[in-house]
Design a protein around this ligand. Structure first.
Ligand code: MD3
Ligand code: FE
Length: 203
């Protein structure tokens, strides 16, 4: 069921739970060709979160800054197509949240190991910020933080668990957000990791 979080943002708790194993199998297939990598930020720091992508475009970072690219800089090859199950889930979730016609062309796949975190940031590398972002959490639970529209605004905490789907649109699309350091654990399907899929319309 659909639970509002903030204006334009809704959580569909456990929405993807029944597809968890299939989603994780697709992630493993993608990572076999396009390995998870710890990107280096423009400031020169190694990210604790490891990333790969699927879809027409993939998100990446480098000395030139953050950008979307149609090839993986690891091997120079195009990103694998978005699996049909990914696309359907993202479009159905967007629709349930009130966003019709969501056509994601990028899916960033984040992998968190114990201690990995994502500091507060905004997602604004996409061309049309009226398009929502759909996120799917898998594996170990994590504390998500979402704040306001300035870095210094107060934050709310939310536990994101295996199968949770969140749709971020409207004004919430530009909220600051992040993930606190992952607590160690063992998930029956994902082992010691948390995975997060974010579906985006990048161009
Ligand atoms: C709120 N990922 O990849 S997903 C990211 O769990 C990212 O890996 C986190 O932030 C993760 O950029 C959080 C939830 C999420 C994704 C995008 C958002 C929340 C958002 C965009 C705008 C506002
Ligand atoms: Fe983000």
């Amino acid at each position: 069921w659909v639970e509002p979080l903030a204006e334009g943002a809704v959580i569909l708790r456990r929405r993807a739970r029944q597809q968890g194993a299939a989603l994780l199998a697709s992630i493993a297939q993608i990572a076999a060709q396009h390995p998870f990598q710890h990107l280096i930020t423009p400031g020169g720091y190694r990210m604790s979160v490891a990333m790969t992508n699927c879809g027409d475009l993939g998100w990446s970072s480098g000395r030139r800054g953050y950008h979307y690219s149609d090839v993986d800089s690891f091997n120079g090859r195009r990103w694998p197509a978005m699996p049909q199950g990914f696309l359907l889930l993202a479009q159905q979730a967007a629709q349930e949240a009130g966003f019709t016609d969501f056509q994601p062309d990028a899916c960033l796949i984040n992998r968190y190991e114990p201690g990995a975190r994502l500091s507060l940031h905004q997602d604004k590398d996409e061309k049309d910020l009226r398009q929502p972002i759909v996120s799917v959490s898998l594996g170990l639970p994590a504390q998500f933080q979402f704040g306001g529209f300035a870095r210094g605004d107060g934050v709310q905490r939310l536990l994101l668990e295996h199968g949770d789907v969140v749709v971020w649109g409207g004004p919430s699309r530009l909220r600051f957000h992040g993930i606190l350091p992952l607590k160690p654990g063992e998930h029956p399907l994902a082992g010691p990791y948390r995975y997060n899929l974010t579906f985006r319309r990048a161009r």
